[in-house]
Design a binder for this molecule. Structure first.
Ligand code: ASP
Length: 327
């Protein structure tokens, strides 16, 4: 009995001592998509904002792309739970739970939830070679040529894939576009600019600068309300305004650690995240890209987990009804 108590006390003391020195080496943010894309951008800006509150820590961003983000999910779920390997992932944490029947990790069981980061609208965009300049012309053009056109996305279960499928089903195309999977919408964007692919639905964190520079054509936003506060996107119509009843898609990002990461380490990480979410520079950068940092209870680990659990249920209903699985 005495021995057990002594052991328990040692365990508590060493966990505390561990957190005191944390972080003692670089922290890695694993991003499930290629560099240069929207999730990568969010992760890099967050790394910059969390560096200081973590005592000038070094935060490295590692791109572990593939299988709609599930390769990175598996990697972090299996990583040493020491606070040095974290995951920055979006709605894919919830959509892949319904889309993949043979996942190597369980979204709600294999991670410590550290808090959510932001909400990000999506935009329907096209190659500069498309003849259309307005949403109406774009939809008509796709209707007439759907079978000959390509839709780029970041893999089964990615946000761009989900959005592309939702849009195609909402407009009830006779001939669906051919879908082309990339390791992220960073590389897909290069091909869209070059005209090798025709259409993409992607987060504003990747599209605002390209639309503004005229390198791609923007047609509509996927949110229920127009993005009146964004100087580049304020005049783009919502898909609801264009007649797609109830179309409303917003992507969110969260921060995760492997299950079993010591509680005092996850607390340090959540504290640093909260500082980042209130950092005016981080907020400004995110807003310029159409994203809104989280300000509600989803900033807390419990609020984050409850939100993801709810999203898993909602998305699973949609996915099961569509009868489409990724494996
Ligand atoms: N935008 C991508 C997606 O469709 C991910 C990325 O490249 O960041 O999920």
């Amino acid at each position: 009995m005495k021995k057990a108590l002594a052991f328990a006390l040692t365990a508590v003391v060493s966990a505390g001592a561990f957190a005191q020195g944390y972080p003692a080496k670089p922290i890695t943010f694993v991003v499930p998509f290629a560099a240069g894309g929207p999730t990568d951008t969010v992760a890099r800006q967050l790394a910059e904002a969390m560096r200081k509150p973590l005592g000038d820590a070094t935060i490295i961003v590692e791109n572990a792309a593939g299988a709609g983000g599930t390769i990175a999910g598996t990697k972090v779920a299996r990583a040493n739970p020491d606070g040095y390997t974290l995951l920055v992932w979006h709605i894919g944490m919830a959509s892949t739970a319904g889309l993949y029947r043979k996942l190597q990790f369980k979204a709600l069981e294999d991670f410590e939830y550290l808090g959510m980061i932001n909400d990000v609208p999506m935009t329907l965009i096209g190659s500069p070679k498309l003849p259309a300049n307005t949403y109406r012309d774009f939809e008509n053009y796709i209707r007439a040529n759907g079978g000959k056109l390509n839709l780029a996305h970041a893999g089964l279960g990615s946000a761009s894939h989900l959005c592309g499928l939702m849009w195609q089903s909402a407009v009830k195309l006779d001939k669906a576009m051919t879908t082309i999977a990339y390791r992220g919408t960073g590389p897909a964007m290069n091909d869209l600019i070059g005209g090798q692919v025709d259409v993409m639905c992607d987060q504003t964190t990747n599209t605002v600068a390209q639309i503004e520079a005229g390198r791609v054509k923007g047609f509509a936003v996927t949110t229920a309300k127009p993005l009146s506060n964004n100087k580049v996107l304020k005049d783009y119509p919502t898909l609801q305004e264009m007649g797609l009843k109830d179309f409303n898609l917003t992507i969110w990002h969260g921060l995760y650690a492997p299950k079993g990461t010591p509680a005092d380490v996850t607390k340090k990480l959540n504290d640093a995240l909260l500082v980042a979410l209130k950092d005016p520079d981080f907020i400004k950068k995110q807003e310029a890209l159409g994203a809104a940092v989280v300000t509600d209870k989803r900033m807390t680990p419990a609020g984050h987990k409850a939100f993801v659990a709810d999203q898993i249920t909602k998305l699973k209903t949609v996915i099961d009804a569509a009868g489409q699985f990724a494996d």
